[in-house]
Ligand binder design. Structure first.
Ligand code: GLN
Length: 467
């Protein structure tokens, strides 16, 4: 994999940092352990992985795709990082991402975009485009992403790979640089559902260092993937989300208001996927989740609000970049110059939006309303999961768009997460699994599967049967 990175990453740019020596040392340690007759530490011991650059790695640069963190060496490992190391998984390096995970195309990285290996003029999705592209380019067999509004599933969808957002709290956020703390969730990226399950079991589980970590056993996702691979979904009830199946009338305000709809090839692929689920024995019904069309606007109040608070820690004193500290300026001036130089346009836009939404006089109208919508979305899920075991939809309304195409149009960019955001707002589990190539442009399409909180195993059963 290091050779492959050497060969193709100049063109793909999935990695911000390659840790050749660290990866080789970890691999040698696995070899030594096996040579001494001991059992490997985990089923993934020796299988290398690409780590999104939003998770801290002790002594290895962690930039979150931002100039703000340039030169910062974290003094500690994220829990995800530590668990990978303990499992004998060599970390190949840190992958490119939209700055602080804000974006859907990886074009917001301060270090240049990642390119989609299927067509290098196109985006690999975002914010975790580097992780998914590294899988699609065969630079790594496993990767870690983080998903606040779709950043694992949407890149998975547009690169033809698997991406799972576990139940909120299912994987520790300790050492995951915070964007929107009530939504952020790390999870596995892989080329097959079983690979993702093996990785999920390595990184998942309770962590006392994360107050929102779920204190429950990791769902038995590997067993579920093996069960699913037998190809029998008899008795499984699948709900097709009417609001996300592209019927112009019911797809809702958000899609049409932005002038963007569902690409015909994505809908054809989705219909074929639903038919395949039926053929595997699933009982398919249509389910309405009327408040899902409000998820996107609610998310773009809640996520920026939390981001405006979380990113206040980048004060030019504690981390990375410091601009203008020549002894003549006040701390406040240095902070202001540093934040001006260190943050990109999208991050600044979010901080301003969030500060406004939280300001006195506007708090109830914006942040308060968005929180109410969030509750309505959870209730839609609860009602749906009384009738069905999983819900399905396309992962994204379109296939990978061209680099630059939506760069100046934040609203168009935000639409990429239309279908993925409800699961973040509700804290549920969701997966994107490859669903073939679109008939209109030959690019990968993803099928999204959504399950109730703590029922992540259902995703793996249905996903493995389908793939
Ligand atoms: N694209 C969404 C955003 O820009 C989601 C990002 C994410 O999941 N980190 O906020």
């Amino acid at each position: 994999h290091l050779d492959r990175i050497e060969e193709v990453d100049g063109a793909v740019h999935a990695f911000l940092h390659v840790d050749t020596e660290g990866a080789l040392d970890a691999a040698r340690a696995v070899d030594a352990r096996i040579a001494s007759g001991e059992q490997p530490a985990s089923p993934l011991a020796g299988v290398p992985l690409a780590l999104k650059d939003v998770l801290t790695t002790e002594g290895i640069p962690t930039t979150c795709g931002s100039r703000t963190l340039e030169g910062w060496l974290p003094p500690y490992d994220a829990t995800v990082t530590r668990r990978l190391r303990e499992a004998g998984v060599p970390i190949l390096g840190k992958t490119n991402m939209d700055e602080f995970a804000m974006g859907s195309s990886t074009e917001n990285s301060a270090f240049g975009p990642t390119r989609n290996p299927w067509d290098r003029d196109r985006i690999p999705g975002g914010s975790g485009g580097g992780s998914s592209a590294s899988l699609a380019a065969f630079e790594a067999p496993l990767a870690i992403g983080t998903d606040t509004g779709g950043s694992i599933r949407q890149p998975g969808s547009v690169t033809g790979t698997v991406g799972v957002k576990p139940t909120y709290g299912g994987v520790s956020r300790y050492g995951l640089v915070a964007f929107s703390s009530s939504l952020d969730q790390a999870g596995p990226c892989a080329r097959t559902v079983l690979d993702a399950a093996l990785l999920h079991e390595v990184i998942g589980g309770h962590d006392p260092l994360d107050a929102t970590s779920v204190d429950a056993p990791v769902p038995a996702v590997v067993a579920a993937a093996r069960e699913g691979a037998r190809g029998d979904l008899t008795g499984v009830r699948v709900g097709v989300v009417r609001e996300f199946s592209g019927n112009a009338a019911s797809a809702g305000g958000s899609a049409s208001a932005g002038g963007e709809g569902y690409q015909p090839g994505v809908l054809t692929s989705f219909e074929a996927a639903v038919q395949q689920l039926r053929e595997l024995g699933a009982e398919v019904v249509e389910v309405s989740c009327p408040n899902f069309t409000l998820a996107l606007p609610a998310y773009y109040l809640i996520a920026p609000s939390e981001c405006s608070s979380n990113l206040a820690r980048f004060d030019a004193m504690r981390y990375g970049l410091r601009v203008g500290d020549d002894g003549t300026r006040s701390a406040e001036e240095v902070m202001s110059l540093t934040r001006e130089a260190g943050f990109g346009a999208e991050v600044k836009r979010r901080i301003m939006l969030g500060t406004y939404a939280l300001s006195s006089g506007y708090y109830d109208a914006y942040y308060g309303s968005a929180q109410k919508v969030r509750t309505l979305i959870s209730r839609d899920f609860d009602a749906a999961f009384e009738r069905v075991d999983v819900l399905v939809s396309p992962t994204t309304p379109t296939t990978a768009f061209k680099i630059g195409e939506r760069a100046d149009d934040p609203m168009a960019m935000y639409l990429a997460d239309l279908c993925t955001i409800p699961s973040n707002l509700a804290g549920n589990a969701a997966m994107s699994v490859p669903s073939g190539l679109s008939a209109d442009d030959g690019l990968p399409v993803g099928l999204q599967i959504m399950a109730p909180a703590l029922a992540d195993d259902r995703l793996y059963r249905v996903g493995a049967a389908y793939e």
